[in-house]
Design a protein around this ligand. Structure first.
Ligand code: ASP
Length: 239
């Protein structure tokens, strides 16, 4: 649903590469089994996170990338979704402004963390990546342990922000380890984002849920829209 919403930098409405098209990255992880799946540099799939799930559920691999990921998508029944349909007028305008040297406003990657009644956790993240990225650039989002991580023994985490800096810190796994070491989910989120900023000058944010159901989030960017719900879908809080 968030990938289909053109307001977010994922699926439809993704930021554009320096070549002016969309290249999507996504991943998903199940904290009970540690199964995970990811796709990178996908240009013709409407919902990359569903393709990441198909990689997890239907292959012996963790990640597929580029044209081979698209070939797998076709085999798995995902119809061709032409790249032009992922490019929104707003992102085209941002691209033109960036090419002209103007500072462009930013839109957000989408991520989700979940915990069920049994204490099992899961995480998923999807993005169009950094705007004006080089074609073929892969960020933190599809890299397990960097942009996404889930382990019932630790926590579930989904990150957004400057992917290169997040990769350098394996930030999702680092945050989950802080929870396992006894920090609250909120405290772990804040400590991890502080590390990102203080150690590498990186901008970003993340969301966390612990196996006991604690929620945490933090960001050092001007904004990071977020919400969480109860099991019945009732919104508990948003901001
Ligand atoms: N982390 C994403 C990437 O580097 C971008 C973002 O979250 O805005 O690809």
């Amino acid at each position: 649903m968030l990938e289909d919403d053109p307001h977010f930098n994922a699926g439809t409405g993704s930021t554009l590469t320096s070549a002016g098209d969309v290249e999507c990255d996504a991943s998903i992880m199940d904290g009970e089994t540690l199964r995970c799946g990811a796709v990178a540099v996908v240009k013709d799939v409407r919902n990359p996170v569903l393709l990441a799930r198909a990689v997890m559920e239907r292959t012996a691999h963790v990640m597929l990338a580029g044209p081979a990921a698209s070939a797998f998508a076709r085999e798995a029944g995902f119809p061709v979704h032409p790249n032009e349909l992922l490019v929104t007028p707003a992102q085209r305008a941002r691209f033109e402004a960036a090419r002209a040297g103007a500072a462009a406003s930013k839109t957000g990657t989408v991520g989700a963390v979940a915990r069920d009644v049994h204490g099992h956790v899961a995480a998923a993240t999807s993005t169009g990546g950094m705007s004006m990225k080089l074609p073929g650039r892969v960020g933190d989002t599809p890299l397990v342990g960097c942009g996404t991580y889930a382990d019932d023994a630790l926590a579930a985490v989904s990150c957004t922000g400057h992917g290169e800096r997040i990769i350098q810190l394996t930030l999702a796994r680092h945050t989950a380890d802080l929870v396992a070491a006894g920090r609250s989910a909120m405290d772990a989120a804040r400590a991890a984002v502080a590390l990102l900023g203080n150690r590498l000058g990186g901008d970003g944010g993340l969301i966390v849920v612990s196996p006991s159901g604690e929620v945490g989030f933090a960001h050092n960017t001007p904004a990071m829209t977020r919400a969480w719900t109860a099991a019945d879908g009732t919104i508990v809080a948003e901001g």
